[in-house]
Ligand binder design. Structure first.
Ligand code: MIC
Ligand code: SF4
Length: 649
């Protein structure tokens, strides 16, 4: 029986002897961090105490907090630059581009594993990498040479048939997958793309698709490495990194899904979830306040070239703004040299630096109730910075034509489309990538006042009696738990200060209430913690005394972040159990340590005088982390024993 591509990459990276029933431990070749998760990741890396990274390649990017309205972000940048030099990490300077785009262009290698402290790390799956997002601590551990464990995945084959019709793009493919599978549909799965339709998609287009696999909750997504991969790597001057990779012809899969590319049309995700997808034509004519072309999903040279071809010679509508943020400095250079930048400027676009920007509410918040069409990947409520902003997700082409017309427009109304192809040679500008010195051990690390020390991690108690501090519904995102935006994100290296915003979008009184109650427990519905990888969404509750969360289900990264922080993540047996709880109820969890060896933990509701049980569903590894008081405590010892190149001795 042949193997699929995921099986092949797992087999080549599996740590021998680490096999457990539920999880598989992988050797990590590359890591990436970005600034807003990176500061905490490197504080934890320093605390582990190894002298130099033990990966083949680790890169630290600064792409989120690039707006410097006060000292905090600049302090963080200095810290990140010094840590990188000290420990052997490549540093991508602010303005050099969005981590996922730059990694795809300059560093990604087919067949390697990549762990990144950002949920969209799977973008590199477009290049045939097994690329996964994780919390900062897991990335720190991987940099220390320790393996990364994932739940044993189910592999879902997405069979692409036929060819896209004009004006239908890669973004529409992934919106269609989201429409069919929903934001929970990928949990516990890896999506492997195949079929004859794959050959027609360039690497940046594949990156758009694997990028938004994160919105499905998938562990990652991957494309084969083929002639398109070779062409992309050669155009990047990295032809030597190419190697072909594909599933065996007789490979089998746990599930499959077929998409007829020729039957797709331009799609749009409605506020406030990426899976609320309908055809663009259904909304045609609705007025638009803002269009944004950028983000790690759609900011490649091809995206910008296609958008500019639509705008060329025209002018954006009087009441609509158009914002463009190229994904990398190389892309910016290329569009400048090719005249594309001029097309944008002449059409009236506002050009931003190569960074995340509006995608994460750092600038360009739409007007009150404003309709914003964005080429990005998430449209969670309030994420744009405007509480009632109406963010819709579209392709770069749909955003461009809608900016011209001032109303939502199906790009097919433009008539015949010009064929734009991948350039034979990209502009390569590595000048803002700083290589570390051979020996950084004597370097002093600058730590401005925004860099605060780590919280104290305490072992999990055997019993907990505490108040149910907050009862939440389904699909609570990490943006609900700890909002983004420039003000709050600037505090990512300052846990005491950022914790004041915990649940600000849901219940601004939460931090004060949690403190007054001396900590407590949280309850939630399905898919708790979906979205970002920010471990602050676990560390801030920990800082405020949260001991346990009980939910109907969790997003993978957030659940592991809770474990890493030493917070017990439990699972309700039924929705009725969640409904029976009232905010403010006093709950007692007893005999926790022994219960972790079994399946269930008994919970007494002291207020209502009833009991119920919740499943923990934790692997032995996760239970041990909890008992040690979080992953940092557990890792300090393990890292001391780690052998270079991965695997604990
Ligand atoms: C996001 O898109 O939500 C972010 C901001 O990139 C996050 C990381 C963070 O919160 O710093 C992510 O996707 O992991
Ligand atoms: Fe940056 Fe947005 Fe991509 Fe997150 S989703 S990495 S904020 S561009």
């Amino acid at each position: 029986m042949g193997r699929n591509l995921v099986e092949k990459l797992i087999a080549s990276h599996r740590i021998p002897g680490s096999e457990s029933g539920e999880e598989v431990a992988l050797r990590i070749d590359h890591t990436l961090t970005q600034d807003t998760t990176g500061t905490m990741a490197y504080l934890q890396f320093e605390a582990i105490g190894v002298d130099r990274v033990r990966t083949e390649r680790s890169v630290s990017y600064v792409d989120h907090n690039t707006l410097q309205v006060s000292f905090e972000n600049a302090d963080d940048h200095n810290y990140l630059q010094d840590v990188a030099a000290r420990y052997g990490i490549i540093f991508s300077r602010p303005g050099n581009g969005i981590c996922h785009q730059v990694h795809l262009e300059r560093f990604g290698v087919p067949g390697k594993t990549l762990l990144g402290s950002d949920s969209h790390t799977p973008t590199a799956g477009g290049l045939g990498m097994l690329a996964m997002g994780a919390g900062g601590l897991d990335v720190a551990l991987a940099m220390a040479g320790l393996p990364f464990s994932i739940p044993k995945p189910r592999v879902l084959k997405v069979e692409l048939r036929g060819r896209l019709r004009p004006w239908v793009s890669a973004k529409d493919i992934i919106l269609e997958v989201l429409r069919r599978l929903t934001v929970k549909g990928g949990v516990g799965k890896i999506l492997e793309y195949g079929g004859e339709g794959v050959a027609g998609l360039t690497v940046p287009e594949r990156g758009t698709i694997t990028n938004m696999g994160a919105e499905l909750g998938a562990t990652t997504s991957i494309f084969p490495s083929d002639e398109q991969t070779r062409a992309f790597l050669e155009a990047q001057g990295r032809g030597q990194d190419y190697r072909p990779l594909a599933a065996d012809p007789d490979a089998s899969y746990d599930e499959s899904l077929t998409i007829d590319l020729g039957a797709l049309e331009p799609l749009i995700a409605l506020p406030h979830m990426p899976d609320k997808v309908v055809p663009v034509r259904e909304l045609a004519g609705k007025s638009v306040d803002q269009c944004f072309i950028g983000s790690c999903t759609n900011s490649s040279y091809l995206d910008l070239a296609r958008a500019a071809a639509i705008l060329r010679g025209g002018r954006i509508a009087e009441r609509t703004s158009l914002v463009v943020a190229p994904g990398s400095r190389s892309t910016l250079l290329m569009i400048a040299k090719a005249g594309i930048l001029g097309d944008f400027v002449s059409a009236g676009a506002r050009i931003l630096e190569c960074a995340c920007g509006p995608c994460i509410g750092i600038g360009q918040a739409p007007c009150s109730g404003g309709i914003s069409l964005r080429s990005s990947n998430r449209n969670f409520e309030g994420r744009s910075g405007t509480a009632d902003g109406q963010v819709h997700l579209v392709s770069a082409e749909t955003a461009a034509v809608s900016a011209l017309r001032g109303v939502i427009t199906d790009p097919r109304s433009l008539g015949p489309a010009a064929e734009l192809v991948l350039p034979a040679r990209y502009e390569i500008d590595d000048s803002q990538l700083v290589a570390p010195p051979a020996d950084g051990s004597k370097l002093r690390i600058r730590r401005g006042p925004n860099i605060k020390s780590l919280p104290e991690f305490r072992p999990l108690p055997d019993s907990v009696e505490a108040e149910l501090l907050l009862k939440l519904g389904d699909d609570i995102t990490t943006d609900h738990i700890l909002p983004a935006g420039s003000k709050i994100m600037s505090l990512r290296s300052n846990l005491p200060a950022i914790s004041e915003y915990c649940f600000a979008a849901v219940d601004p009184g939460f931090p004060a209430r949690a403190r007054a109650a001396g900590g407590g427990v949280l309850a939630a519905g399905e898919n708790y913690g979906q979205g970002s990888s920010r471990e602050h969404a676990a560390l801030s509750p920990l800082f405020l005394g949260v001991k346990a969360v009980i939910a109907l289900s969790y997003a993978r990264i957030h659940r592991q972040n809770l474990v890493n922080a030493g917070i017990l993540p439990l699972i309700f047996e039924s929705r009725a159990e969640l409904e029976a709880l009232g905010q403010g109820d006093r709950l007692a969890l007893g005999d926790i340590h022994r219960s972790l060896e079994g399946e269930f933990i008994e919970i007494r509701n002291l207020t209502k005088g009833r009991s119920f049980r919740a499943r923990h569903g934790l692997s032995r590894r996760q239970a041990e982390i909890l008992l040690a008081g979080g992953a940092l405590n557990a890792a300090r010892k393990a890292a001391r024993d780690a052998v270079p190149g991965g695997g604990a001795a």
